[in-house]
Design a protein around this ligand. Structure first.
Ligand code: HEM
Length: 487
């Protein structure tokens, strides 16, 4: 039985699915779960394809974590606990992705190169249609070609440490092994997980992040928070085709890879927090003048669609639903956008059925709303000061999100989400404004309401955006283990 791409991976794996898991890189079907990463960018020197291929073949054979090994390691942790000394659990989690210019520089034939048009053009060219800032404003290292990105991930041994020793050891090994005559180190980013007081991962504006994911494994769907009757209001189960595409370099039909988008998104925390506080004060004053009360922290929650602790603002007007952070909701009871505005980041980037309820648009299949969803694997970068899960500083630069996401089609998933939803001032309704977190190129303000679920509450229009700035990135492909073996 070939691998079925039209559903999540079943728990009862057949022989073809076992091949798929042994050949697919880890981190695609499920996040690696490590709290420190290093992303190393490499460029192959002209005329040095053969040496570069040899290095990648040998390095991948030694180091890559397959999807199958990742699941095996997770099963060991479940059996033996996180203190397990099993080497599969404790070794660094390593993945390798390659850009279209990287495929070329390695001398891979066009037939063996993934064919997605956006991937082949690369982010620098495609950025124009995303309203990306020009390349000459990007961080220096990103302005030239990036051929290969190696992701090293591990758990920090010491809670407060910025580094994980497994990563440092792997970096030393990588630097020693890279053939300097054939490959240039372009640069490196370090990623890390920051957690709030409830031990949930947060991004730099302080909001719980990474909660809502397409679940691609039957066992993960089973663990998800259905309501007490077992029903999903938001169905978190997605078909494997959401992230998997056939690896064109390997003949076996069970061998897959995935497109990977990397964007370094700098966050101006100082300016965002000031604008958020100002909005909270303005809406409080507006509510007071109308004889109403505006709840604390609501302004920020309506920008993201969740309170800082992850509570969905469409469900309640205050935070508190943090353990577990809920994800089994949609916006069917909020079709005026009186609780969660239509411009909120999570409603823009996953309307959870709004396009069906408003226009009868298809949800599933090609072009359907659910077909846009990506497997997000982002990590925060940059140093913060924190006490007990609370940031105590407000940097204006040098911190942000290393946005990383796997998908089956870059134009239809990442690019569609960014350009047609987040940047589109007319989505999902006219004069909606851009996504206040990631919208690029907006001109009209969003309508902010001085109340929750109150159609009579006064509103004010204000432009809220541009606190996140792209500083570099590229489109990549995560090839199969068989691709590397054949280099
Ligand atoms: C610095 C930049 C960004 C920040 C601070 C940010 C922040 C957040 C936060 C706090 C959440 C809620 C947690 C969750 O539901 O998982 C979220 C969810 C999400 N974000 Fe972002 N994000 C950023 C960039 C992006 C980009 C570039 C995209 C895609 C173009 C994106 C797409 C999504 C999606 C699809 C969700 C889940 C929505 C859902 O299923 O409910 N984000 N983001």
């Amino acid at each position: 039985m070939p691998v079925r791409l039209d559903r999540p991976l079943s728990k009862l794996r057949n022989a073809d699915e076992a091949v798929m898991l042994s050949q697919l890189q880890g981190n695609i079907l499920k996040g690696h779960g490590r709290n420190r990463t290093a992303q190393v960018f490499l460029r192959v020197k002209a005329g040095k394809a053969a040496q570069a291929r040899t290095f990648l073949r040998e390095y991948a054979a030694d180091k890559l974590m397959s999807a199958g090994q990742q699941l095996e390691a997770a099963a060991i942790v479940k059996r033996e606990g996180p203190e397990s000394t099993n080497p599969l659990v404790n070794r660094a989690f390593i993945t390798i992705v390659i850009s279209a210019t990287g495929y070329q520089a390695l001398g891979i034939t066009p037939e063996q190169t993934p064919g997605d048009a956006a991937f082949l053009e690369g982010l620098k060219i495609r950025g124009a249609q995303l309203n990306d800032p020009p390349k000459n404003t990007w961080h220096q290292g990103y302005r030239g070609q990036l051929h290969v990105m190696i992701l090293l991930a591990a758990r920090a041994d010491v809670e407060a440490s910025d580094f994980a020793s497994a990563i440092e050891l792997e970096l030393i090994d990588l630097i020693a092994r890279v053939p300097k005559k054939a490959i240039t180190f372009v640069g490196m980013e370090r990623g890390r997980v920051y957690e709030n007081q409830h031990r949930k991962g947060i991004e730099h504006f302080g909001f719980v992040d990474g909660r809502s994911q397409p679940l691609l494994l039957e066992e993960d769907v089973e663990k998800e928070d259905a309501d007490p009757t077992g029903a999903f209001i938001w169905n978190p189960a997605f078909p494997l085709s959401q992230v998997l595409v056939k690896d064109p370099a390997v003949a076996d039909p069970n061998v897959f890879g995935s497109y990977f988008v990397f964007r370094k998104l700098e966050q101006n925390v100082k300016a965002f927090r000031a604008a958020e506080d100002a909005l909270q004060q303005q809406l409080t004053a507006l509510a007071t003048s109308a004889g109403k009360i505006y709840p604390p922290d609501l302004a920020g929650a309506t920008l993201v669609g969740r309170f800082r602790d992850g509570t969905p603002v469409t469900l309640q007007e205050h935070d508190g639903a943090h353990t577990p952070v809920l994800n089994n909701f949609d916006f069917a009871d909020d079709m005026q956008g009186l609780k969660c505005p239509f411009h909120a980041h999570i409603r823009k980037t996953n309307p959870r059925g709004d396009t069906f309820r408003l226009f009868g648009a298809p949800q599933n299949g090609i072009g359907g709303e659910r077909s846009r969803i990506m497997a997000r694997r982002g990590m925060a970068y940059g140093k913060r000061k924190e006490i007990a899960g609370q940031f105590t500083d407000k940097p204006s630069a040098r911190v942000g999100l290393l946005f990383m996401a796997y998908q089956g089609n870059i134009a239809e998933q990442f690019e569609f989400t960014q350009a047609q939803w987040a940047n589109n001032q007319g989505f999902v309704k006219i004069n909606n404004g851009v996504d206040p977190i990631i919208g690029q190129g907006g001109t009209v303000g969003q309508t902010h309401r001085a109340g929750w679920n109150d159609g009579a509450a006064p509103t004010e229009q204000q432009f809220f955006s541009d606190f996140v700035t792209l500083k570099g990135g590229e489109y990549f492909f995560a090839p199969s283990l068989g691709f590397f073996a054949g280099l």
